[in-house]
Design a protein around this ligand. Structure first.
Ligand code: HEC
Length: 131
C-alpha cells in the first residue's frame, strides 16, 4: 500500500506541471496585449537608431521621425531605394515599413521586421512621442 501513494500523487503532479506549462505559454500572449513601445524599441531598434538627433553609423536617428520626410535625417547616407520613396512618415507608412522594410523599399538598407501588429503600433506610438 505504501507504493500506492506516489502512484496516486503522479496524476496530480502531472496536472500541476501542465498548469505551469500553460501559464508559461500564456505569458507572452498576455504581454502582447499591453506592448511597451519603449521596451520594444530598446530591444529591437536601439542597436542601430538613436532618439537623440545624432545619426549612428548603423542607422539614421529616429528622433522626430513621425511627420519627418522619408529618408530625411540630415547627414545620413540613405539608400537610393528609401530616398526614392518620397513623402513623410505617417502611422500608415511606418506600419508598412516596419512590417517589411524590404517590400516597402526594395533594395533598402534596413531588414528588421516587426511581425506583431500590436508591437508595431506600440513602437510607432513611442516614436511619435520622441519629438
Ligand atoms: C541592424 C540595424 C537596424 C535595426 C536593428 C533597425 N533599423 Fe531602422 N534603419 C536601419 C537603416 C540602415 C536604415 C536606413 C535605410 C535605408 O537607407 O534604406 C533604417 C531606417 C529606418 C527608418 C526610416 C528613417 C528615415 O529617416 O526615413 C525607420 C522609421 C526605422 N528604420 C525604424 C526602425 C525601427 C522602429 C526599428 C526597430 C523595430 C529599426 N528601425 C531597427 C537600420 C536598422
Amino acid at each position: 500500500m505504501r507504493t500506492a501513494q506516489p502512484a496516486a500523487a503522479a496524476p496530480a503532479l502531472i496536472a500541476l506541471a501542465l498548469i505551469a506549462l500553460a501559464l508559461i505559454a500564456l505569458a507572452p500572449a498576455t504581454g502582447a496585449q499591453a506592448q511597451d513601445g519603449a521596451a520594444l524599441f530598446n530591444a529591437q531598434c536601439k542597436s542601430c537608431h538613436t532618439l537623440t538627433g545624432t545619426n549612428s553609423p548603423a542607422g539614421p536617428t529616429l528622433k522626430g521621425v513621425s511627420g519627418r520626410k522619408v529618408a530625411g535625417a540630415p547627414g545620413y547616407a540613405y539608400s537610393k531605394a528609401l530616398t526614392a520613396k518620397g513623402g513623410t512618415w505617417t502611422d500608415a507608412n511606418l506600419d508598412a515599413y516596419l512590417t517589411n522594410p524590404g517590400a516597402f523599399a526594395p533594395g533598402g538598407k534596413m531588414f528588421n521586421k516587426v511581425a506583431d501588429p500590436k508591437a508595431r503600433a506600440a513602437i510607432i506610438a513611442y516614436l511619435k512621442a520622441q519629438k
